[in-house]
Design a protein around this ligand. Structure first.
Ligand SMILES: [Zn+2]
Ligand SMILES: [Zn+2]
Length: 349
């Protein structure tokens, strides 16, 4: 079967190649992939150097939904099937977790030190089929398209950042730095949580995505290269800053902006990565008695809630999908995401 494979750790070492269909064994199912979202981390793997070559070659793709076509044969003998052939499902992203560390036992397996994610250390879903542990699967309600369900994963990232790792009370002001897919979904989650003023900030090159933020209900957008964010922040509420800043930008320097914009006793949640060192003092966190939280991945309860939101239509992610293409045209999707032309590209194997 054709698969989008990263085969080396240098930029550009990703190609469509022929790989075997995986076997299913006890505790796993074979999923026929209906739709797989292109994530910023997939794009990163195409354009940047990978830190380690462990796990290569690897099939990319960790945002996916599909249909169960085979169930590991030994399961039936040893325990009850939770899934059967024909089930429409989405999958979580941790292909392996140890199951025995303190985090796994407490249900926080997203931070299991032994976690291996699809599309990075384990073969992902940019292929006709992917092998998935049953533990990762969630049933989809009837009427929820598999194309949209493929966006459940980034929705879970946003849910974890806004609902689990932040506290938004009705009427709170929220500033989101970075209008990429995660930033836009954080906007949607902040709205669902009852936020008052929501400002989304980005660069001039983000113009299309900032326009989408307005469509998705942002109160205001800010072009950080043309406008003075401090002035915008002073115009919100009592002028002391925003209750919550979400850094979804992928730039280390955004944390400086977050510290400037957060109000005393406010909260900063960092969900965007930023590999560069931060040449700035963290003293504003102290002076403002602010809270800084990281947010990574998601776990079972978040998935069930996001699927409920998608299934009921309360959360509508269709406007984010700017490009759909067959897997053979994977590069178009990666390029469109890289250039910020679309918020989300979805591939169909
Ligand atoms: Zn992702
Ligand atoms: Zn563990």
């Amino acid at each position: 079967m054709a698969a989008v494979v990263q085969y080396g750790s240098q930029p550009g070492e990703v190609e469509l190649r022929d790989v075997p269909v995986p076997d299913v064994s006890d505790g796993t199912v074979l999923l026929q992939v209906a739709a797989v979202g292109v994530c910023g981390t997939d794009v990163h793997q195409l354009y940047h150097t990978r830190k380690s070559s462990t796990g290569l070659p690897v099939t990319l793709g960790h945002e996916f939904g599909g249909t169960v076509v085979a169930v590991g044969s030994a399961i039936g003998a040893s325990r009850q099937h939770r899934f059967r052939e024909g089930d429409r499902v989405v999958s979580e992203t941790a292909e392996y977790i140890c199951g025995t560390c303190a985090y796994c036992r407490a249900g926080h397996y997203n931070v299991c030190p032994h976690r291996r994610g699809f599309g990075f250390r384990a073969n992902g879903a940019m292929a006709a089929y992917v092998r998935v542990p049953e533990r990762c699967l969630h049933q989809l309600p009837d009427g929820l398209d598999l194309e949209l369900a493929a966006l459940a994963e980034p929705c879970c990232v946003a849910y974890n950042a806004i609902v689990e790792r932040s506290r938004v009370r009705p009427g709170d002001s929220v500033l989101i730095l970075g209008p990429g897919p995660i930033g836009l979904l954080c906007l949607a989650m902040a709205r669902l949580s009852g936020a008052g003023t929501i400002v989304v900030a980005g660069l001039t090159s983000d113009a299309a995505r900032l326009a989408m933020a307005l469509d998705l209900g942002a109160s205001q957008t800010v072009d950080l290269q043309l406008e003075d964010l401090a002035e915008v922040v002073r115009s919100i509420g009592d002028g002391h800053g925003v209750d919550l800043v979400v850094d979804a930008s992928g730039s280390s320097r955004a944390l400086e902006t977050a510290m400037l914009a957060v109000r005393p006793m406010g909260h900063i949640t960092k969900v965007g990565w930023g590999p560069e060192p931060l040449n700035a003092s963290l003293d504003p966190i102290v002076a403002k008695a602010a809270t800084l939280a990281g947010s990574f991945s998601h776990a079972f309860n978040t998935w069930e809630r996001v699927i409920a939101l998608l299934g009921s239509g309360t959360l509508d992610v269709a406007p984010l999908v700017g490009l759909q293409a067959p897997l053979t045209r994977w590069r178009e999707g990666f390029e469109a995401m890289h250039e910020g032309r679309v918020a989300k590209a979805v591939l169909h194997p």
